[in-house]
Design a protein. Sequence first.
Length: 82
Amino acid sequence: DEPLKEKMLALSKDESIFTGPFNEKNSNEDDDIFILDDSRVMLIRRLLEIDSNLGYTHARVSGRSTIKEKIFWMNYFFHCEK
């Protein structure tokens, strides 16, 4: 639905979404909960096609910091579920 889509598109404009609550210290606690499997990767690819800001933020945030790929997406999906 459109309101949900708008909320998700707004997430990618806020860099703080991708820096918490998960980080290098606590991301391993959720290894069983969050797995970058094929279905998740396909979803991520689709999201990147839909949301150009998400791709830009991903490149900017994960490319210049210690935020790893898994942590970036853990934080994004955590905030999507809120």
